[in-house]
Design a protein around this ligand. Structure first.
Ligand code: BEZ
Ligand code: FE
Length: 281
């Protein structure tokens, strides 16, 4: 073992680990030690060349440059390599197996969604597409219904655009803030969301193209449930008839999150102005 002066290649990793070992914060020591061990092992395993090292650092720099107040390219990168989903499933709901496991937040959540009555509509400007009636129940880990949970919902339109990407939609269209009733339930009226591409004009887009990967997220509705005293649940429910559920660009589709969007072609619609087909649970 060297004394800090590197005599040979094998000295590098232990010397770096030793230099970092005096950190007061034990968790920082653990995380950074694992990070350095794996980064060094990665360079060795891939036999990283200097040109690839330069390219990788340039990629990281470009991620920083592409990040601003309204877009986080770093999160998009973590999403696109499955890292966000990995960490999310490690930390929530029996590793993704429980009903309504957590899922990534994504960049389209907005604060101050309009308060919406149970059963009310989140369609705030004409939005053509199949109508959708959503009914949900929020329960605690023991299965007990939870009243007074504030739930933000947000989704893309039937052509795959969030309102803040689409000048034809009213501000806050397809977004709402609901509160669960005494039985833990909330419900709202909407239109069926469609899948959409993630932003591809930055370095993550370059990576996807180099890997011959498509940029599409599969159709889903986002939910964020908040009640003081409980861990906030951030999740998504996927549309089960999306034909490409198995290829979500950010690997967000877990089995437990595939919803039940039932199509109705006849029968009594849930409201007088509804045309067939409509979707409901
Ligand atoms: C979303 O679901 O809104 C999303 C998640 C990750 C990247 C881009 C969009
Ligand atoms: Fe989304």
């Amino acid at each position: 073992m060297s004394n800090g002066i590197i005599e040979k290649l094998e000295d590098v990793t232990p010397t770096v680990l030793r230099a970092m070992s005096a950190a007061d914060d034990a968790r920082l020591r653990t995380v950074m030690e694992a990070f350095v061990r794996h980064m060094h092992a990665f360079a060795r395993e891939a036999k990283l060349t200097e040109a690839e090292y330069d390219l990788g650092l340039d990629f990281l720099n470009r991620i920083g440059q592409a990040t601003n107040d309204s877009h986080n390219e770093g999160i998009l990168f973590a999403d696109a390599i499955g890292f966000s989903t990995l960490v999310c499933l490690m930390s929530n709901g029996a590793a993704g197996a429980t009903e309504t496991a957590a899922a990534l937040l994504g960049p389209f959540w907005r604060a101050n969604s309009p308060r919406t009555m149970n059963g009310g509509s989140i369609v705030r400007s004409p939005t053509p597409g199949p109508e959708l009636f959503v009914e949900c129940e929020v329960v605690d880990v023991a299965g007990k219904p939870l009243a007074n949970v504030e739930v933000d919902v947000w989704q893309s339109s039937p052509v795959g655009l969030y309102e803040n990407q689409d000048a034809t939609q009213a501000d806050m269209n397809l977004r709402g803030k609901l509160t669960t009733d005494a039985f833990g339930r909330f419900s709202f009226r909407s239109v069926k969301p469609a899948g959409y591409p993630v932003p591809t004009n930055g370095p993550v887009g370059d990576l996807l193209r180099a890997q011959n990967r498509h940029p599409y997220r599969r159709a889903h509705i986002h939910f964020l449930g908040f009640r003081p005293g409980y861990k906030t649940l951030v999740t998504q429910i996927f549309v089960d008839d999306d034909e490409h559920l198995e290829s979500d660009v950010v690997f967000g589709v877990t089995r437990a999150l595939v919803g039940d969007y039932r199509r109705h072609d006849h029968g009594k619609p849930p409201a007088a102005d509804v045309r067939v087909p409509w979707y409901s649970p």
